[in-house]
Design a protein around this ligand. Structure first.
Ligand code: HEC
Ligand code: HEC
Length: 233
């Protein structure tokens, strides 16, 4: 074993002994770093994206019921990180896993390519939102607990791999929030887990509802909810 591998085994053993997760939220190296350093080719990315379109739709808008997240508009760094994590089983996604494997779509270059393609997709003006019951509470909770990472306008932070929440579907936000809070999303950010682990059910619903109503800037959205991606029509 190399020194690095020994260090990793030790870190995992210590983590286990302390009752922590053996999965890291953002380890150095691996496919993510490789893909981030490659120049993406949007033309090949379009071909790769054809696989993704089956679930995330040709527009990259996912589904309003939150089964499939909106990918359009998401930071390329975040998309690459999540893809690499899903492929490494560092984030469970059994529905998508078989379609995202290198044998299906290619290695790190395919990740860079598909992200280069997706960068041109406008976001949906009509994402799924929550019931709107507790928005004042949600707003306050968001300001106190989420802004420092996801931004005052849900814009996230590309360099730090903090996802954009703008325009994301409520049911997806809620599902991820629950999984992160419960420690079930392996690649969750440990500081976020700390920040939200004491949220009550009412607080959790309120803050996710509020977050689902943060709209992207007008120039990032498609002109209408029935816009179709001309590349696939
Ligand atoms: C068979 C359906 C399916 C296919 C095909 C598919 N996905 Fe997914 N994808 C999903 C589902 C379902 C989720 C949400 C899983 C969850 O709730 O944790 C997801 C989540 C994601 C996420 C995480 C989004 C986020 O905000 O963290 C990314 C990134 C992603 N998919 C990219 C892709 C790309 C790129 C492709 C094509 C190479 C692809 N997916 C193909 C079903 C699919
Ligand atoms: C310390 C920084 C931090 C704080 C505070 C934080 N988050 Fe996060 N959040 C993250 C990171 C980083 C991720 C992505 C984890 C990963 O890479 O898989 C994330 C992921 C998420 C996701 C999943 C997004 C997706 O596209 O899959 C949701 C939803 C979310 N956060 C909502 C919230 C809300 C709501 C709050 C406030 C109550 C909050 N977060 C507070 C850092 C933070």
């Amino acid at each position: 074993m190399s020194k690095q591998q020994v260090a990793k085994v030790l870190a995992v053993a210590v983590g286990l002994a302390l009752g922590g997760s053996v999965f890291a939220w953002n380890e150095e190296g691996g496919e993510k770093d490789e893909a981030l350093h490659l120049k993406g080719d949007p033309e090949n990315g379009r071909d790769v994206y054809e696989v993704c379109a089956a679930c995330h739709l040709p527009e990259g808008w996912g589904s309003k019921d939150g089964t499939f997240p909106q990918l359009a508009g998401q930071h390329g760094t975040v998309v690459i990180k999540q893809l690499a994590d899903i492929r490494a089983l560092n984030r469970n996604n059994p529905t998508m896993y078989p379609f995202a494997l290198p044998s299906q779509i290619g290695g790190p270059q395919a990740l860079a390519d598909v992200v280069a393609y997706m960068a041109s997709l406008p976001m949906t003006p009509d994402n799924g939102v929550g019931p709107g019951k507790d928005l004042e509470l949600g707003k306050q909770l968001y300001a106190d607990n989420c802004v420092r990472c996801h931004g005052d306008n849900g814009q996230g932070d590309a360099e730090k791999f903090y996802p954009k929440l703008q325009g994301q579907h409520y049911e997806y936000i809620l599902r991820q929030f629950r999984e992160i809070k419960a420690g079930a999303r392996k690649n969750a950010n440990p500081d976020m887990v700390k920040q939200v682990h004491e949220f009550t059910e009412q607080q959790l619903l309120a803050v996710c509802d509020y977050a689902s109503r943060i709209k992207p800037p007008a120039d990032k959205m498609a002109p209408s909810a029935d816009w179709k991606n001309p590349d696939f029509n």
